[in-house]
Design a protein around this ligand. Structure first.
Ligand SMILES: C[S@@+](CC[C@H](N)C(=O)[O-])C[C@H]1O[C@@H](n2cnc3c(N)ncnc32)[C@H](O)[C@@H]1O
Length: 435
């Protein structure tokens, strides 16, 4: 470990934590507690707990997340079925303070791997138009997969924020900005963060965050809310950043958050740390003056494709929907979608592809919560069939030839194609595991 960086970190901790610094340093040697978030968009709390087979414990900060006490979570059915999302308590907290009334359009600008989007999508109405963006394409792919696993529909993109600033000014009722930061609050969990730790790095990140905040501001509708968060303690990235922002943008005000800590120096914001039995997280919620106005935006052009329409008619019970394509990929949405020009990874619900004049449905289509109850052919797996399916095996089922949604305890898992009594396994190879 880099001793010079560690010394700087300890010096800064003394500055941030004052009389609590010794306690903080003691807590640095205690083990980190990991947690999971309940995806109540997919199932009720009781249904979720029925499928949790590992030990867990509640948190005094939230009733939507729980600490887990062993590491088998990734192999649990609750995880595979998208009923839970592994996420530490402190990161699941910021969105809980957002009043979701009057939100019609929302964007998460730095969304990967998806925690905050998952939290807020759990609370937003299904008719909200939601964009989850991350500039890093590989991370945006993980974001897309996480949203898909939880069955949460969103437009997923990998664009620069400038793109949105230049094309969608003033459009959003909610902007989430969970910025890249120096990560002081994660050093207990990932000590290697210290390798990059320096005053220069904090300055560079603070400068970058200031630009991102100014771009985020441009996206806000009147009355729009901006959630800013970091996982660091540095004033330049946290309180001072917000003070500078408020001075620059006089039409922005802080929404006062409950007092949960004794270390932050800007009233109304929250700075969590191991003193709260969490890792570090700073959060500030801001609102722009004025009354929200309904803004016009360009809709994506719908397409008509007989092959895809026939597939929908044969397999789904829906009348009103919007159909889109990006080259050979087809997407369905239950609401009209905004036109985004490029770098789209998902556009509502990914339906599938046309290959050799045949339509091949996709896994995403069979995971979406908004299509719950709308599949014509559903097959409920027993425990043995669940294990076989998740391992990639074919199943023997006597029923009519069709594509089937496969459920376990009524929760969608994936799909297969039944032909002459053999169900071809369509569970994505990357998700399979040997049971
Ligand atoms: C703290 S992480 C976000 C975590 C995420 N909000 C969550 O809750 O899971 C910061 C993210 O910002 C992304 N990022 C960095 N610079 C960006 C930029 N200019 N525009 C958009 N995303 C950016 C990074 O790729 C990284 O995924």
């Amino acid at each position: 470990m880099n001793t010079k960086n560690k010394e700087l970190f300890l010096k800064n901790i003394n500055d941030y934590f004052g009389k609590y610094a010794d306690r903080y340093i003691e807590l640095m040697n205690e083990s980190v507690r990991s947690a999971f978030f309940l995806n109540e968009k997919k199932a009720s709390r009781d249904e979720i707990f029925e499928l949790i087979d590992f030990k867990y414990e509640g948190s005094s900060l939230t009733n939507k997340s729980f600490y887990y006490l062993d590491n088998s979570i990734g192999k649990s059915k609750a995880y595979e079925l998208g009923l839970i999302y592994p996420q530490d308590i402190e990161s699941s907290l910021p969105t809980t303070f957002i009043d979701t009334d009057n939100i019609r359009m929302a964007i998460d600008l730095c969304a990967a791997p998806g925690g905050k989007s998952i939290n807020i999508l759990n609370r937003l109405n299904d008719d909200v138009l939601y964009i989850a963006n991350d500039i890093n394409y590989k991370r945006a792919l993980i974001l897309k997969n996480n949203l898909e696993r939880l069955g949460l529909d969103a437009i997923v993109t990998s664009n620069k924020i400038e793109y949105y600033r230049d094309n969608f000014k003033g459009l959003f009722d909610l902007v989430i900005l969970d910025v890249p930061c120096s990560g002081e609050g994660m050093i207990r969990k990932y000590p290697e963060i210290l390798d990059e730790y320096s005053d220069e790095n904090i300055d560079a990140l603070s400068y970058k965050q200031e630009i991102l905040l100014d771009e985020a501001y441009e996206l806000l509708n009147e009355g729009g809310k901006l959630l800013y968060s970091t996982c660091t303690y540095a004033y330049k990235e946290d309180e001072d950043q917000i003070i500078k922002f408020l001075n620059k943008h006089q039409d922005m005000k802080l929404i006062e958050l409950p007092k949960l800590d004794n270390i932050n120096k800007l009233n109304g914001t929250i700075k969590l740390s191991p003193l709260n039995d969490t890792e570090g997280q700073f959060m500030a919620l801001l609102i722009k003056d004025g009354h929200p106005s309904i803004k016009e935006y360009k809709y994506y052009k719908q397409i008509k494709n007989d092959l895809v329409k026939k597939f929908i008619k044969d397999n789904l019970i829906i009348d009103d929907y919007y159909l889109y394509n990006i080259k050979d990929d087809y997407y369905l949405s239950l609401k009209p979608l905004i036109k985004i020009d490029y770098n789209i990874l998902n556009y509502g619900i990914y339906l599938g592809q046309i290959k050799n004049n045949r339509f091949e449905p996709a896994h995403n289509l069979y995971r979406s919560n908004s299509l719950k109850g709308k599949y014509k052919y559903v097959y409920e797996l027993n425990l043995k069939e669940y294990d076989d399916f998740i391992s990639g095996k074919e199943l023997k089922i006597s029923d009519d030839d069709n594509y089937y949604l496969l459920t376990y305890k009524n929760h969608s898992l994936g799909f297969g194609k039944l032909s002459k009594g053999i169900l071809k396994n369509k569970y994505p190879k990357g998700l399979r595991r040997v049971v």
